[in-house]
Write a protein that binds this ligand. Structure first.
Ligand code: GLN
Length: 197
């Protein structure tokens, strides 16, 4: 777990439900030691600033380039994106995922909402909690779309993607007790869950 800011505990609990061992990453040597990383939701401008302060940004970019499996949720999706729209002035990202994300995309009136989403690879819908969430405005050819909003004004918008060892969701799969999105990530990361041990 990247633990500079955001909802670290909820992700730890979701992974614990799967029997996956987690550690918190705040130092460069800790990045070197993990087999996979979750970038939690929170505030992307704060997170990128703290990544710089803690000298984690370059080591993280290097590990992503080297194939580290990463799950980014909400602000974490923004961090993983190569391009960002409606970011804060000069806002940078970690990058790696060939997408353009629109920050706070769902608009001011509907800051936050919940809705069920069909996620590719799961046999029934996931309850999606969206909190000032981004969406994927554009995805490169190598990016697999895992979920789109299927009703309402944002219908058709991409809210979950995967590209090789990288996965990102606009919504918060760590909220509640359904850990299936985390399980998908563990499959991709090759992590051992308790069922497989
Ligand atoms: N709007 C936030 C940002 O830009 C993301 C919100 C979230 O992670 N819940 O960083």
């Amino acid at each position: 777990m990247l633990a500079v800011q955001g909802d670290v505990r909820e992700h730890e609990q979701a992974l614990a439900r799967l029997g996956v061992r987690t550690t918190r990453v705040r130092r460069p040597d800790e990045i070197a030691a993990v087999d996979g990383l979750v970038l939690p939701g929170g505030e992307s401008t704060t997170q990128i600033r703290l990544l710089r302060t803690f000298e984690l940004l370059e080591p993280l970019r290097e590990r992503i380039a080297g194939g580290l499996p990463v799950l980014g949720t909400c602000a974490g999706m923004i961090l993983l994106a190569d391009r960002i729209l409606d970011g804060a002035p000069g806002q940078q990202t970690v990058g790696g995922l060939d997408v353009t994300v629109r920050r706070n995309a769902f608009g001011r009136q509907v800051d936050s909402f919940e809705g069920d989403v069909e996620v590719r690879g799961l046999d029934s819908r996931v309850h999606g909690v969206f909190i000032r969430a981004p969406w994927v405005e554009d995805a490169g050819a190598g990016v697999e779309v895992l979920a789109r909003v299927d009703a309402g004004p944002a219908a058709g918008r991409i809210v979950a993607v995967r590209q090789g060892h990288l996965m990102a969701t606009s919504f918060h799969p760590e909220v509640g007790t359904d850990a299936r999105v985390h399980a998908l990530f563990c499959d991709l990361a090759g992590a051992k869950t308790s069922e497989e041990r």
